[in-house]
Unconditional design. Structure first.
Ligand SMILES: [Zn+2]
Length: 278
């Protein structure tokens, strides 16, 4: 009898928790969005993310609010002996948050909910890739990566590549673009869009631009896009996301169709932000 009562209480408690949990998460997120961030957060971000200085004040405030949530909810794991610092959490969280800041429902209904952990390596890390060539032939290749987003629950980043970034690349934006690309179950260069016509427009523009990049590279013509973007459509989307935020004016001038699609998807217009971006 006692066992029976205990089981009923446990079931009721679980049901109550399942009912309450989403509203508790919503309230906590709302509270975090509205609370002020520590002063040194902005210094850390400004030191690592130059585009921070160009963000309009209201947008900056909202991205910082999201960063609070990201830093609180995600587990950061140092790999190969790396000690994760608050600055690392904040710098990564800020850039991840920027990508979704204007997405409807963020953060109250959803906000990188599937992502559980961010693994940080001190520097580029080696991965062993197995390629099946058919007829039982298998090759193994070891590659050094600065980031990897191959499953929704985990993101892997190299801190050295975040800290010593070059002027145009951005490994955090790149990997989180892959994460968003995966949301509709396939990493194929097309993230989740609103409807079929949006997919059609995206597909036309992206294939055109992808082919154009291949043609330019083959003909030896100069292009503002990193040749790595020509590897596959998923890499094209991740690389143009970096360029959209890091060199928006140049992208708008040279690839207006691409800029327009990204502007619609991210609901942001970085070329219109003040400051000295190219
Ligand atoms: Zn990539």
């Amino acid at each position: 009898m006692i066992v029976f009562i205990v089981l009923i209480i446990a079931a009721l408690a679980t049901a109550a928790w399942l009912t309450l949990e989403p509203s508790l998460i919503r309230r906590r997120r709302q509270r975090l969005m509205e609370s002020a961030v520590p002063v040194h957060w902005e210094q850390w971000i400004a030191a690592h993310v130059p585009l921070f200085g160009r963000l309009p004040a209201d947008l900056r405030k909202r991205v910082l609010g999201l960063t609070r949530i990201f830093v609180q909810e995600k587990r950061f794991v140092g790999c190969n002996g790396l000690a994760v610092t608050d600055a690392m959490r904040v710098v990564i969280g800020f850039q991840a948050s920027l990508l979704v800041v204007n997405r409807p429902g963020v953060p109250i209904d959803h906000f990188y909910d599937e992502l559980e952990s961010v693994l940080i390596y001190p520097a580029a890390f080696l991965v062993e890739e197995t390629h099946h060539l058919g007829h039982g032939l298998v090759t193994k290749e070891r590659r050094a990566l600065s980031g990897q987003a191959w499953e929704a629950r985990r993101m892997i980043l190299s801190w050295d590549d975040i800290e010593h970034r070059n002027d145009t690349g951005n490994v955090v934006l790149h990997e989180f673009a892959h994460f968003l690309d995966m949301e509709n179950d396939s990493m194929d260069g097309a993230p989740a869009l609103q409807n079929a016509p949006a997919y059609a427009r995206w597909s036309v523009t992206f294939w055109e631009e992808y082919r154009r990049l291949h043609d330019d590279l083959q003909a030896g013509r100069p292009t503002m896009l990193d040749p790595y973007a020509a590897t596959e459509p998923a890499e094209f989307f991740a690389v143009v996301t970096e360029v959209f935020f890091e060199r928006p004016g140049e992208l708008l001038a040279e690839h207006p169709g691409l800029y327009e699609q990204l502007k619609g998807y991210y609901r942001l217009d970085p070329a219109a932000w003040p400051g000295p971006a190219s």
